[in-house]
Design a protein around this ligand. Structure first.
Ligand code: NAD
Ligand code: UPG
Length: 462
């Protein structure tokens, strides 16, 4: 089948390449000419394991092309996926749908005949109904149907999650129950569905809500365990052993119960804020008031880490050398959007520390967002002369660092495990002071209140 994918960022580029991998003819479209040039040349403009291979293979096979021209997209195919960004509005926290609306408006201006638009971007409930009205009002020479097919891929596992998803969700127009849109989308995913993947069809509103509810649940799970870790910090108790123990209960499950520095990235933080903002607009803000708490617990982790490092440095990091290992919001990604690691590095720098950052893949993105930090060439380079070394993103190369090796370059053997990913006994045995977020001896930072009042990454980065 021929199809286009409009918006070729983390989601769209992955979707385009994976749909071609399924045997479809795919045209990727983006307004960013540099991104399109890079993709067309077979180079993924961000780090995502295995995506380069899929991209190159399908370009070579002639199934995958890229363009900035929506008119070309309109004449190329009758099925158009939307993967345009829906970022957070700075003040309200609501989703900014400007780019999505622009893409839809411009696309339908070029459409003739019968087309199916399939949204994949994460949107507030009610968006499909609004967009469909706008499409109906603007499309003169075309019959256009709209469906929503939210995406659940994780960065770092994007190719595998796209080709082997847990489920495929499709929302269609409840006013047209006879529409064949869900059947046409099932054709797109036929090879995946043949493997037994559940195919869940529903109305637009439910599909929109499934996506944001899933992310709200995941964020709540992480903040739940981080709230418990705050108790462990003052009462004693090992939050990792606790997570293992409660996670054995199949009703709870162990996944997404890793306590530490909390969640970041281009999805969970913005999606819970947008969901809460939408509930407010709908007059049911109280229903999701708990998401504000989820957000605050999450942001307190960053403040707790800053406080822990300050306390370990006798109350102030002014003039201290601090190595921050990790800048990406999680391992196997170069994404620094709302990255807890980078936010903490920035905050320590603002407090007068000489911060040296190293990340295996996210250095370029980190330096663009926060150019004034020092960026080292390796973990060892970052740790040279350090008074404290923080593991802020659990990349395998940090988890497996040799304490003995690192001892030779630091000024003081203080390791701070913000992701609870290190073998504390091994570090202690090598003569290091080992501190972990979520364990006792983590002091409540004096600055917590100030940092928690406005839970926005931008507050850490300015
Ligand atoms: N990143 C993920 O892992 C992921 C997973 C599931 C859902 N999502 C959702 O998918 C959407 C995209 O996220 P992302 O992480 O890929 O964002 P992104 O910023 O990486 O990509 C968005 C792309 O849209 C392009 N764009 C903007 N306006 C356009 C227009 N008018 N026409 C064509 N292209 C346009 C941008 O240039 C950019 O390349 C968001 O709604 C996000 O919440 C993302
Ligand atoms: O037990 C855990 C699990 C994750 N995290 C953190 O949570 C954040 C998000 O992690 P993850 O969900 O793996 O990454 P994303 O790629 O942002 O994926 C989420 O957001 C996507 C965009 O909506 C969805 O498609 C995915 O299903 C959803 O998992 C990262 O900062 C992690 O470090 C924790 O702190 N503890």
């Amino acid at each position: 089948m021929k199809m286009t994918v409009i918006g070729c960022g983390y989601l769209g580029a992955t979707h385009a390449a994976c749909m071609a991998e399924l045997g479809h003819e795919v045209l990727g479209v983006d307004v960013d000419a540099a991104k399109i040039d890079s993709l067309a040349a077979g180079t993924v403009p961000f780090f995502e394991p295995n995506l380069d291979d899929v991209l190159k293979r399908n370009i070579a096979a002639g199934r995958l092309r890229f363009t900035t021209d929506l008119a070309e997209a309109a004449s190329f195919a009758r099925v158009h996926f939307l993967g345009v960004g829906t970022p957070q509005q700075p003040t309200s926290g609501a989703a900014d749908l400007t780019a999505l609306r622009t893409a839809v408006r411009e696309l339908i201006g070029h459409l003739r005949g019968r087309h199916l638009i399939v949204g994949k971007s994460t949107v507030p409930v009610g968006t499909c109904a609004e967009l469909a009205d706008e499409i109906a009002a603007l499309s003169r020479s075309a019959t256009i149907e709209l469906a929503w097919n939210p995406e659940f891929l994780r960065e770092g596992f994007a190719v595998d999650d796209t080709l082997r998803p847990d489920r495929i969700v499709v929302g269609t127009d409840p006013r047209h129950p006879d529409s064949d849109a869900a059947d046409r989308i099932a054709q797109v995913y036929r090879a995946i569905l043949e493997d037994g993947t559940p195919y869940l069809t529903m109305d637009w509103a439910t599909a929109e809500l499934v996506k944001v509810s899933a992310n709200a649940f995941l964020a709540t799970k992480i903040s739940f365990i981080n709230a418990i870790s705050e108790i462990c910090e003052v009462a004693g108790g090992d939050v990792t052993a606790l997570a293992d123990a409660i996670g054995h209960d199949a009703r709870i499950g162990r996944r997404f119960l890793n306590a530490g520095l909390g969640f970041g990235g281009g999805c969970l933080p913005k999606d819970i804020r947008a969901f809460a903002a939408r509930a407010q607009e709908l007059g049911v803000g109280d229903a999701l008031a708990f998401l504000r708490e989820v957000d605050e617990v999450n942001m307190r982790r960053r403040a707790a880490l800053v406080g822990l490092v300050e306390k370990a440095c006798d109350g102030s990091v002014l003039g201290r050398n601090v190595a921050v290992l990790g800048a990406a919001f999680k391992p196997e990604s170069d994404d620094v959007r709302d990255s807890p690691a980078l936010a903490v590095a920035a905050q320590l720098s603002l407090r007068g520390a000489r911060v040296s950052v190293f990340d295996p893949k996210a250095m370029g993105n980190a330096a663009r967002v926060f150019p004034t930090l020092r960026y080292a060439e390796s973990a060892r380079d970052a740790a040279r002369g350090a008074d404290a070394v923080i593991v802020a993103t659990e990349w395998a190369e940090f988890v497996h660092m040799s304490p003995a090796e690192l001892s030779t370059v630091v000024s003081r053997r203080l390791i701070v495990d913000a992701r609870r990913c290190l073998d504390g006994d091994a570090w202690r045995a090598a003569g290091w002071e080992y501190r972990a977020l979520g364990s006792s001896a983590v002091a409540t930072p004096t600055a917590t209140a100030e940092l928690v009042d406005a839970p926005q990454t931008s507050d850490f980065l300015v």
